[in-house]
Ligand binder design. Structure first.
Ligand code: MF3
Ligand code: CO
Length: 249
């Protein structure tokens, strides 16, 4: 297996999947709030993606039971939506994927419920910044390690640890394609980035230790020390110049 280069037509499909992702996320951000059950968010995502003639990427993936991942506070990724009720001050990572015309777009954001602590707000801001630093490094002629190193440098300069056991990934006809995109690494190493590569970059930053644990449901990943975690993700395309973010309106 190797990294699949997409044609302009294929990238146009992914751009449409990404636009649908953004519309679904717009709806979720509009409706999320204290008192809401996490399963209600899954329901909204499902309704919205269906209305937009697309399908959810995650449902049924390796048996995953929902369309959305909702990871609250010390949960990092792969939180299964359910009866949990969101409270003022929680931070919530919403991770969603859409398939349109055979192509996936996958992205995530972390949002605060009402007013959050300054510590939580700063974690969210630095995690988003680390994703932007990774995107800025994803230029043709750079190496994948340059992207990983840019994310890690930004995150650790902010005083946070980077989750090691889960990574970004290539994306296209499959949600997970080559290469894996770690959120830590050495610049100058790894494959060369070329026009037409499509990647999902997804830094997960912890306030405490980078280590993780998986819950009894075999999906939900949390911080091993119970401290807060945040997650941002975009699907991007490598171009001749600046990378293009596909998961946007
Ligand atoms: N953004 C996550 C990923 O890229 C979402 C996968 S969740 C799953 O791996 F439920 F589909 F596994
Ligand atoms: Co992903």
């Amino acid at each position: 297996m190797s990294i699949i280069i997409k044609s302009a037509r294929e990238i146009a499909c992914m751009r449409e999947a990404g636009r649908i992702w953004a519309k679904v996320m717009e709806e979720l951000k509009l409706k999320i709030g204290p008192g809401m059950k996490t399963e209600e968010l899954d329901h909204i995502a499902n309704e919205e993606v269906t209305r937009l003639d697309a399908k959810p990427s995650f449902k049924g993936y390796r048996g995953y039971p929902a369309s959305l991942c909702v990871s609250v506070n010390d949960e990092i990724v792969h939180g299964i939506p359910g009866k949990r009720v969101l409270e003022e001050g929680d931070i919530v990572s919403l991770d969603f994927g859409a398939i349109y015309d055979g192509f996936h777009a996958d992205a995530a954001v972390t949002v605060g419920i009402g007013e959050v602590s300054p510590e939580a707000a700063r974690l969210i801001a630095v995690t988003e910044g680390s994703l932007e630093a990774g995107i800025a490094a994803a230029c043709p002629g750079a190496r994948l390690g340059d992207v990983s190193a840019a994310i890690q440098r930004y995150a650790e300069s902010g005083g946070y640890s980077v989750v090691r056991e889960y990574t970004g990934h290539g994306i296209g006809r499959e949600m997970h394609e080559e290469p894996q995109v770690p959120n830590f690494g050495l610049s100058g190493q790894g494959p060369l980035l070329k026009k037409g590569m499509t990647l999902a970059l997804e830094p997960m930053l912890n306030i405490g230790d980078w280590r993780t644990k998986v819950g009894d449901n075999q999906w939900t990943v949390s911080t091993s020390d119970g401290n807060l975690s945040a997650h941002f993700e975009h699907t991007i395309a490598i171009t001749d110049g600046e990378p293009e973010v596909l998961t946007t309106l």
